[in-house]
Design a protein around this ligand. Sequence first.
Ligand code: CAA
Length: 378
Amino acid sequence: MSYSEHHQAIRDMAAKFSNVELAPRAHDIDKEGRIPKEVLGKLAENGFLGIFVPEAYGGAGMDYVSYSILVEELSRGCASTGVLVSAHASLATWPIMYFGTDAQKAKYLPKLASGEMIGCFCLSEPNAGSDAGALTTVAEDKGDHYVIRGMKNWITNGREAGLAIVFAKTRKTENHKGISAFIVETNSPGFSVIKVEDKLGIKGSSTAQLAFDDVKVPKSNLLGQLEQGFKIALATLDGGRLGIASQALGIGEAAFRYAKSYAKERVQFGAPIANLQAIQFMLADMSTKLAASRLLILDGSLKKDQGKSYTKEGAQAKLFASEAAMWISTKAIQICGGNGYTKEYPVERHFRDAKITEIYEGTSEIQRLVIAATELKS
Ligand code: CAA
């Protein structure tokens, strides 16, 4: 696919970073369950943590197409690092850029862009996953501040986060109507990390359960309008889903490249297995699914940059790219055979990493609901 010179330059820079700094460390990051501080420092130094934050706030001032390319390339090298950047940028930084007051932007965007604060997005709860509107965390109005009480689950970056976008009910309702959004600094008394999940994949990325035990939040940290929190969450997730689609694409691309080079080297029946049509057909389908994913992501990202509606496109990109990544990584193991099933070969990690892309930021089933709802409205 041909990108503009500018976007191609961003891809080249991100690819170089990914090849040099991430791919050689990805096995250890997976094994140790942690992204080294040194890598976080390098992400910040390169401007990746503030990729679309305006330059006035210390960011790189780039567009969403650039962000999608960046997340794809980082995830190709290390899917855990890819999602750290994606959740930090699209779920925590973007809502402040879009819904924040001037004072909130001035206070928090430079810290997020520089990596002084890593961001997370606290919507899900033990009993409110796909049905996000059913959340029960409350924010009580105490005059000049709110007090937040509740539990949040499966929070990407929960271990590292200095800032959390927290959704809580300011009015008790059975549905989403009473939800408001808040910017919470995680050094506030009452905030704690209850546990970090032990997961199938993306093991270097922290997925945490967080407790908010009467966390005091100044009124000035209400994000957007009172009781508009659910819309802020869903609008934020529209962009987040393009990030996860890009992560899935990066994982799929990594699995494809490995399987292709393996097929050219691996000799059976006296010739490389790449000569066999059975293998060629798998490679052809992998390549096609990757190309289609990339086009869907580009379409959604361009629409976002142009200020057009992209809810459906974001959901389509995530649905397609995540299911493609799962399929591609499964076939990559098949091509690598017994070797592919061992931890000495990276394709088993790609397979484990791919699975979550069909789940977080809205399962494949939720994406289908979002796509159908948008189609039926038109
Ligand atoms: N942008 C802005 N507003 C939107 C919107 C969008 N994309 N989509 C819907 N809305 C508005 C609607 O217009 C409606 O407004 P009104 O109250 O004025 O009528 C309101 O939001 C509620 O919409 P719905 O009636 O469609 O809501 P619903 O309760 O039926 O839910 C859903 C719809 C698609 C199932 C939604 O709940 C959803 O997306 N669920 C999945 C949640 C999800 O993705 N969770 C992942 C959490 S984050 C994560 O996993 C990663 C991490 O790091 C924490």
